[in-house]
Design a binder for this molecule. Structure first.
Ligand SMILES: [Zn+2]
Ligand SMILES: [Zn+2]
Length: 301
C-alpha cells in the first residue's frame, strides 16, 4: 500500500487508538489508558518515514533450493537464513525508533535522554549482539538488554518490535517473491515464523489472508478453522460483528481461547492491516475481557 494511504489511515479512522501490545502479548496490562491519538499517530508517521528510507536499501538475500525444501516442510525462512543487516543501518533504525519515542512518548513507559546516552555508549560488538536479539527475538538475551538499557521489559519489547518491523518488512519484501506462497498453509508467518496479528477477507470470494505484524507478510489461509490450534470444529469457532462497523469481525476459538481480528475488504475496500491493527484496539480489549488471548502459533525451532 502506498505510504500516503497508510498515513491517511493512521490519522483517519478510529476514535479508539490505544496502545495494544501490553494487553495482548505481555499478559499483565501495564498501561490500559487511552493515549493521545495524535501523539501515537505522529509516532508511527515518523516510523513510516524511517521505513521509507530503509526500504530503498537493497536486500539481496537468495532463498536457495535447500531453504525452499525445508520451508515447504514448515520451517520459516528467517529460521534458516540470517539476514545481512549492516551495523550502521541497524543503529540508524534503532536510534530513529528511540528518538521518535522520546519525542512522542507513545510507549508503555516514558523514555528519557539517558537511554540515548546508554545506547550511544554501546560498542560495535554490543550492537551486533543487539541486532541478533531483536531480529531473532531471543527471549533470554532480551532480558539482559532490559538491564543494560535500564528500561522496562514492555519498553524493550516496544522498541524491539518497532525496530524489527521496519527492518524485517524490507527483508520480507525481498523474500516473498522468491517463494511459492500459495503452497504455505500454516497458521504462522512464512517469512519470520511469528503468529498472525490480524486477518482480512479479500477478493470477490472473500479468501482469508493472515497478516504478520512483525514483518508485514500476508498469506492465504483456510477460511474455516482456527489459525492457532487448527480446530475446524464449527461448534468451537464463532465470530462477532459490531453493529456499527460491519467491516470488522472478531473470530473466537473456544478450543484454544484465542481470537483474531479480521477486516472484510468486501465491505470497505482495500485496507492496510498495520493501521487496522492499531485502530481496532477496542476489539482486543473486548476479546481480552471475554477471556480470549491473542493467538500464539509462533514457529519455534
Ligand atoms: Zn512475519
Ligand atoms: Zn484455536
Amino acid at each position: 500500500m502506498p505510504t500516503g494511504m497508510k498515513k491517511q489511515a493512521l490519522f483517519g479512522t478510529s476514535e479508539h487508538l490505544w496502545i495494544r501490545r501490553s494487553e495482548t502479548k505481555g499478559g499483565v496490562p501495564v498501561e490500559n489508558s487511552k493515549i493521545n491519538k495524535n501523539r501515537l499517530a505522529n509516532f508511527y508517521l515518523e516510523l513510516l518515514e524511517l521505513e521509507d528510507k530503509v526500504s530503498s536499501v537493497g536486500w539481496k538475500e537468495i532463498v536457495t533450493g535447500k531453504i525452499k525444501e525445508n520451508w515447504l516442510l514448515g520451517v520459516p525462512v528467517l529460521s534458516q537464513l540470517q539476514p545481512e543487516i549492516d551495523v550502521k543501518l541497524f543503529s540508524d533504525v534503532f536510534m530513529g525508533v528511540v528518538r521518535a519515542c522520546l519525542k512522542w512518548q507513545p510507549g508503555p513507559q516514558p523514555l528519557s535522554e539517558e537511554v540515548i546516552s546508554r545506547i550511544n555508549g554501546l560498542s560495535k560488538g554490543d550492537v551486533s549482539n543487539l541486532i541478533g536479539v531483536i531480529i531473532k527475538d531471543v527471549e533470554g538475551e532480551k532480558l539482559k538488554w532490559v538491564e543494560k538499557l535500564n528500561i522496562s521489559r514492555d519498553m524493550m519489547d516496544f522498541l524491539a518490535d518497532n525496530t524489527a518491523r521496519i527492518l524485517l518488512s524490507g527483508f520480507a519484501a525481498c523474500i516473498m517473491p522468491q517463494l511459492d506462497i500459495e503452497r504455505w498453509d500454516k497458521g504462522y508467518c512464512p517469512v519470520c515464523g511469528d503468529s498472525p496479528v490480524m486477518a482480512k477477507l479479500t477478493g470477490d470470494a472473500g479468501i482469508r489472508k493472515l497478516y504478520c505484524g512483525r514483518c508485514e507478510s500476508e498469506w492465504r489461509f483456510n477460511r474455516l478453522g482456527c489459525p492457532f490450534c487448527g480446530s475446524k470444529d464449527s461448534s468451537q469457532i464463532s465470530f462477532i460483528m459490531p453493529e456499527d462497523k460491519k467491516q470488522y469481525r472478531l473470530y473466537l476459538c473456544d478450543q484454544c481461547k484465542s481470537y483474531i481480528k479480521t477486516v472484510d475488504e468486501r465491505q470497505c475496500g482495500e485496507v492496510d492491516l498495520f493501521c487496522e491493527d492499531l485502530a481496532t484496539a477496542d476489539f482486543d480489549r473486548l476479546a481480552n475481557s471475554e477471556g480470549y488471548r491473542c493467538g500464539n502459533k509462533r514457529y519455534r525451532a
